[in-house]
Design a protein around this ligand. Structure first.
Ligand SMILES: Nc1ncnc2c1ncn2[C@@H]1O[C@H](COP(=O)(O)OP(=O)(O)O)[C@@H](O)[C@H]1O
Ligand SMILES: [Mg+2]
Length: 317
């Protein structure tokens, strides 16, 4: 296990003219991340994702809880923990006036990398940054900046990388590119803890994930496992004889429902149940006008666990 955290909490107190205000940002989070996994923390804005990552990255101290990271105690061996991780903040942390190469080189030296030039050249190549390596940060596009930020976090080849909302604000093409880079990390054996408020990102990238809301974990599992657990898939059929079709398909379904002229069949695994449904209809001689499969999403999981949709929970900022 590369991260083993139990009962992490953090409350912030801010003072203003209105008096002291406390925010329970993280209210008791347990995380177990295996080596080589891409592990997601999915949740809306304000859920406590950044606070959780900052605690695990030794940047802020938890109020309570314990954690072991790469075998080192978060509180007692903060230096060793830091040497084993790369941290890419939500904001990115790329300097405006310094070239990408100089920033990465400095990071390599700070981390005591044996051959900083070589390590820098390698990450520049890996993240397709060679052409822009000698331009100051302020001249880079959003996507390039994000890649420099990740290169900064990886130049010392840590076994564990924290990526806090790595694709927020990027256009779809840059997001897709970055997803490919992150998947590549898994192939190289780097463990990744990634926070996101994008459902599709968590679904595509994560081996396992937790869904957080108001500082608490509301669900944990693999993307497919979570979806199956809470809702499954829906097959919507238009057929002449709705009642007879419903009867024929019942054995394959958790539930069937007739909405106006559509028969909805709720199943665990739509992709693999569909052929059986079609066969059953054919055997009964029931003619089919149309059929559609809606696979459940992580938003269905969030909805089932919190009563709200992640899309409406202030996810998009
Ligand atoms: N330094 C801070 N001082 C006061 N409140 C904070 C601080 N950092 C975070 N918070 C509050 O804690 C809650 C969780 O924030 P955060 O961890 O940034 O959530 P997320 O990353 O999921 O959007 C929010 O209500 C936020 O306003
Ligand atoms: Mg955040």
């Amino acid at each position: 296990m590369i991260i083993d955290a139990q009962g992490l909490t953090k409350t912030f107190t801010t003072r203003s003219r209105k008096g002291a205000q406390t925010v329970e940002a993280v209210r008791g989070v347990d995380l177990r991340v295996e080596k080589g996994e891409i592990f997601g923390v999915l949740g809306p804005n304000g859920a406590g994702k950044t606070t959780t990552i900052r605690m695990l990255a030794t940047l802020i101290t938890p109020d309570s809880g314990t954690a072991t990271i790469a075998g080192h105690d978060l509180l007692k061996e903060a230096g060793a923990v830091r040497r084993n991780l790369g941290y890419v903040s939500q904001a990115g942390g790329v300097e405006d006036t310094v070239t990408a190469r100089a920033q990465i080189m400095l990071a390599a030296k700070i981390h005591g990398v044996a051959d900083p030039s070589k390590a820098t050249a390698e990450v520049l190549k890996r993240f397709d940054l060679e052409e822009i390596a000698d331009r100051p940060g302020r001249t880079l596009s959003g996507g390039q900046k994000r890649r420099v930020a990740i290169a900064l976090g990886l130049v010392h080849a840590p076994p564990l990388l924290f990526l806090d909302e790595p694709t927020t604000g990027l256009d779809p093409q840059n997001r897709a590119n970055l997803w490919d880079q992150i998947k590549l990390l898994r192939e190289l054996g780097t463990s990744v803890l990634l926070s996101t408020h994008y459902l599709d990102e968590a679904d595509v990238l994560c081996d396992r994930l937790v869904i957080v809301d108001h500082g608490l974990i509301v669900a944990e599992g693999t993307p497919d496992g979570l979806k199956r657990e809470v809702s499954g898939d829906v097959v919507s059929l238009r057929v002449k004889d709705l009642e007879r079709a419903a009867e024929a398909l019942k054995p394959f379904a958790r539930e069937t429902r007739v909405d106006d002229d559509v028969l909805r069949v709720y199943v665990d695994d739509g992709e693999h149940t569909l052929p059986a449904l079609l066969r059953a209809l054919e055997e009964q001689g029931i003619g089919l006008t149309s059929i559609a499969l809606d696979r459940s999403t992580l938003d269905d999981v969030f909805l089932a666990k919190t009563g709200r949709s992640l899309r409406d929970a202030g996810a998009a900022s």
